[in-house]
Design a protein around this ligand. Structure first.
Ligand SMILES: [Cu+2]
Length: 416
């Protein structure tokens, strides 16, 4: 019998271990693949994401910069980013301090609103707090819709040389210098202990009375609910009253203690900051999407576009971006790939017309194909009840200057 139990426990431990390993595997992906393909394609187009440096020590500064375009194809069933949105960094736990963040030059410690179809350039300055290896993602928390995540960049944080504990010193408005890592901790511990002691004492009283839920439930069944008051003895009444009075006294005492210890406080600040959006630099290229198909077997998206070049010089299409995946046109060979950047298909884009001359209107086929479609679970877009796609095309003039704009429309699946 014992052996059997031991065997079962062993199996259970093994299973638990297996589950942990599986969960850990999932945690590495941070949900970047979990979100609906249509949501990743039609909400926010993140690009030029740069995390630097990629190797730091505890206490060092890390800067995250990048740009994003809010999609004109924003799903109608999703709460809009034009209401309330908050820029943050997605890392596991409080492993960094966020020292500063800005969008289009405006300080962004509060929430804002992003009108659709515009460009936003952001910058976030972090200080590494805990050693480890992190997948750092810029993230937008959209009110009522949840978080929209950019792709991640691996960042290594090593222990600092001295091994000294991390300090986060600030000077308060009253001129006092405090370390936020430890400030007020004694008070937190003391008050928690006091309340835990109260709770345990109350439980102990009823445990010693040896009458908890089930015996009392049975008694009430015997007596009938109109005689339930008889369960309460005089002693119970006195003890409960004492606990009640002590709880009220502790609440009042806690309040007075805090008022006395921290006489000058201001409430947590909230509010909406306004940001001036930047217009998309379309560079005189007019795009009409004729139709688009998603080829399941070929893991590729084909777009038939009609392009009109209203600019002075020739234009060449260098990149298509959707759901944080970059498909680069190797013939144009423009567009920087940053250190540590993921989800880039270096030769994933083919363009049927190499150069669009000024004044010309041409039909162009764009094919974005790569195994990344499969790897990032983008094939799910064919299960979408409103089959639409959106993405960004990036193009260059003869001097290598970059322009871009969003393309989008209906997409038909192709099963053959
Ligand atoms: Cu990640």
């Amino acid at each position: 019998m014992m052996k059997l139990i031991a065997g079962k426990t062993g199996l259970r431990t093994l299973l638990a271990g297996l589950v942990m390993v599986l969960l850990a595997g999932d945690a590495l992906a941070h949900g970047e693949r979990a979100q609906l393909a249509s949501m990743r394609m039609r909400t926010v187009h993140w690009f030029d994401t740069k995390v630097e440096p990629l190797n730091v020590k505890v206490g060092d500064i890390v800067t995250v910069t990048g740009k994003l375009v809010t999609s004109e194809w924003w799903p109608k069933h999703m709460p809009s980013i034009e209401e309330t949105v908050y820029l943050n960094i997605g890392v596991p736990g409080p492993t960094f301090l966020r020292l500063h963040s800005e969008v289009n030059g405006v300080p962004m410690m509060r929430s804002t609103a992003f009108p659709l179809g515009k460009v936003y350039e952001y910058k976030t300055v972090l200080r590494a707090r805990v050693a480890g290896r992190y997948h750092v993602h810029p993230i937008l928390n959209v009110k009522d819709a949840g978080s929209l995540v950019d792709k991640g960049t691996w960042l290594e944080v090593a222990e600092n040389d001295s091994g000294a504990p991390f300090v986060n010193e600030i000077t308060t408005l009253t001129g006092e210098t405090i370390d936020l890592e430890t400030y007020g901790l004694d008070g937190v511990y003391t008050w928690h202990l006091i309340w835990i002691a109260m709770g345990v004492a109350y439980l102990l009283y009823w445990l010693i009375r040896k009458e908890l839920f089930i015996p009392r439930f049975i008694r009430i069944r015997e007596l009938g609910s109109d005689r339930a008051n008889e369960l309460m003895t005089k002693k119970d009444f006195v003890v409960s009253s004492l606990f009640f009075t002590t709880a009220l006294a502790l609440i009042l005492g806690g309040y007075l203690w805090a008022e006395n210890k921290y006489p000058i406080t201001i409430p947590l600040q909230t509010g909406l900051v306004e940001v001036e959006p930047i217009e998309i630099p379309t560079g005189g290229l007019e795009v009409v999407v004729d139709h688009a198909t998603y080829d399941l077997a070929g893991r590729s998206l084909s777009m038939q576009l009609q392009l009109t070049n209203n600019s002075e010089g020739p234009l060449r299409i260098g990149e298509f971006l959707t759901a944080n995946i970059r498909f680069l046109n190797p013939d144009v060979n423009e567009g920087e790939i940053y250190e540590g950047e993921e989800m880039v298909s270096k030769d994933g884009l083919t363009v049927s017309v190499d150069t669009i001359e000024p004044g010309q209107t041409v039909d162009v086929e764009l094919v974005a194909s790569d195994a990344l479609w499969e790897q990032y679970r983008m094939t799910g877009l064919i299960h979408d009840p409103d089959s639409r796609f959106a993405g960004m095309i990036f193009y260059y003039d003869e001097n290598g200057e970059r322009f871009f704009q969003e393309v989008g429309g209906a997409v038909l699946p192709n099963f053959f």
